[in-house]
Design a protein around this ligand. Structure first.
Ligand code: G3I
Length: 375
């Protein structure tokens, strides 16, 4: 009994310390600092939702007002086999967001990755257009329909374009044709009429891609199909996008009357000799010497550089807060970032606002301070 009490006291003290630490130099939280401008959130994994990762869970409750499931709502986890759905993790995630009064983002309904092979097969042959459309409709009606009224917005279609603005040669495009995107948005509007509906992609700041996405949204809207916004994933680095490139993207969306969500933000601090920009999960490179330099910790100079980078990017979001609706970090703490595995496996990256001990980094303070700058 004594041991249990002691353990409880220690846990409570630790959580209080984390909550305090996550209160930072001014005591202001991320969601407070930015509340007049846009939502601020994070992608969560199941251990955060269940509370097993109690330190991350404490940060989420204190700091964020919107959440995205990093994987739990994707096609593979929710619909692993034909006719077989599994909603355990997705239900827990949506319940968590609802209970905590957070804007819950559904990610994602139609994507070429993390979609089981059976979806695109018909026995030994490739599934034809009608089969694929029926499967897509069933999936969207079942998944988005299940959470009807509880989801703030859905990433309806994810990563349908290549960086040059042409449509990605995905199994959805190959099997259905170019109208797979408008079909997905039509089904999603039917499944959850109140949820916002987004097109989501990485490298939307590249001019050809921005132009293609804007053309898509205008085309769908001209047909009476609802698209409420576009997500730029924001898997970025120190040198890309250039601030001018990001502003040009936001300006183009402002002129087109399209809202923007920064949906999966992280800033890689590691060397990038491959000069790879983006988040194509199919891309992998061999590790080169010198590309994993911070296994023992991040030098102060790089911490400071990361803080400056976050500050300048949030400063730009502030300039465009009339169209930027939300900024979501792709994870809570550096210890749980996909960037340790991409584009090469097994590196130690530091892309987020909280470190591996769940302490707020200088980048956190910089983001808080950036809310007081700008306009
Ligand atoms: O759940 C299985 C587990 O059962 C199994 O034991 C384990 C073995 O590797 O794999 C687990 O699945 C992994 C899953 O993450 C959950 O951890 C997959 O292998 C792994 O590929 C998957 O990676 C995710 C990736 O999307 C692929 O879908 C990343 O966590 C997630 O951060 C990343 O997120 C994407 C966005 O959805 C879209 N934009 C790009 C972004 C980064 O790639």
């Amino acid at each position: 009994m004594k041991t249990r009490l002691h353990r409880t006291t220690v846990t409570v003290l630790c959580l209080a310390a984390w909550a305090l630490a996550a209160g930072q130099d001014s005591g202001t939280t991320l969601k407070q600092a930015w509340e007049k401008h846009f939502l601020v959130g994070a992608a969560l994994n199941p251990n955060v939702v269940s509370g097993k990762d109690s330190a991350a869970a404490a940060i989420v409750k204190a700091q964020f007002n919107t959440i995205t499931a990093e994987n739990a709502m994707k096609f593979g986890p929710t619909h692993p086999k034909s006719g077989e759905y599994n909603f355990k993790l997705a239900d827990e995630f949506v319940d968590y967001g609802t209970k905590n009064g957070m804007a819950v983002i559904g990610h994602t309904l139609v994507w070429h990755a993390q979609t089981p092979r059976w979806v695109f097969q018909d026995g030994e042959a490739k599934a034809g257009r009608d089969t694929l459309l029926a499967r897509m409709r069933d999936h969207i009606m079942t998944v988005a329909g299940r959470y009807q009224g509880r989801i703030h917005g859905w990433d309806v279609v994810n990563e349908a374009f290549d960086d040059d603005g042409t449509l990605r040669k995905s199994p959805w495009l190959n099997g259905i044709g170019e109208d797979f995107i408008e079909k997905a948005f039509t089904f999603a509007a039917e499944a959850d009429p109140k949820a916002e509906l987004y097109y989501n992609d990485y490298n939307v700041w590249k001019p050809e891609k921005a132009a293609a996405v804007i053309r898509l949204v205008k085309d769908l809207r001209s047909k009476g199909i609802r698209v409420d916004g576009v997500g730029e994933q924001a898997h970025w680095g120190f040198s890309y996008p250039k601030n001018g490139e990001l502003k040009a993207m936001l300006q183009a969306f402002r002129e087109a009357g399209i809202k923007v969500h920064i949906t999966e933000m992280d800033i890689s601090v590691l060397p990038n000799p491959w000069d790879y920009q983006g988040a194509d999960i199919g891309k992998r490179f061999d590790e080169l010497p010198g590309t994993n330099p911070y296994t023992e910790g991040l030098p102060d100079s790089v911490q400071a550089k990361l803080a400056d980078r976050y500050a300048e990017l949030f400063g730009i979001f502030l300039e465009y807060d009339d169209i930027v609706e939300r900024v979501t970090l792709w994870g809570v703490d550096d210890g749980h970032s996909w960037l340790d595995y991409f584009p090469v496996r097994g590196r130690t990256n530091y892309p987020l606002l909280f470190d591996r001990q769940y302490r707020p980094k200088p980048a956190f303070d910089a983001v808080i301070r950036a809310a007081g700058t700008g306009k």
